[in-house]
Ligand binder design. Structure first.
Ligand SMILES: [Zn+2]
Length: 118
């Protein structure tokens, strides 16, 4: 996915995209109404009661980052995060500090760009 396409997604579409790319699958097709809450299957790992907030909670983002389980993915993730942060031209210390203080939203974008290359 390109940055331009990512920017056109809604926050909910971005959140679901991260969930799917980290390997979660939707369970909402269960037709049993007793298992639903307001039309959503409450245990669905993507849409249920405890849906992961990848764009606003760094703990969830850290969980997604565990899917970067190969050196090439971690290398690409760092490069994509540098692009999202616009720190390619910055001195090392400035760039490193930007990387460690990146927000959940910035990390989510870099994660999608990494796991779904354009
Ligand atoms: Zn679902």
């Amino acid at each position: 996915m390109t940055r331009e396409k990512y920017a056109k997604l809604t926050d909910e579409e971005k959140r679901v995209k991260v969930a799917e790319l980290r390997g979660l699958t939707c369970d909402c097709t269960d037709p049993n109404p007793e298992l639903q809450l307001n039309g959503v299957v409450y245990w669905c790992p993507i849409h249920g009661d405890h849906k992961p907030c990848y764009l606003s909670n760094l703990n969830y983002t850290a969980e997604a980052e565990k899917a970067l389980d190969r050196p090439i993915l971690r290398f690409r993730y760092k490069r994509n995060l540098q692009t999202v942060l616009d720190v390619w031209e910055a001195p090392d210390d400035i760039r490193d500090f930007a990387l460690i203080t990146a927000t959940a939203e910035q990390r989510a974008e870099a994660f999608v760009l990494t796991m779904e290359p354009a």
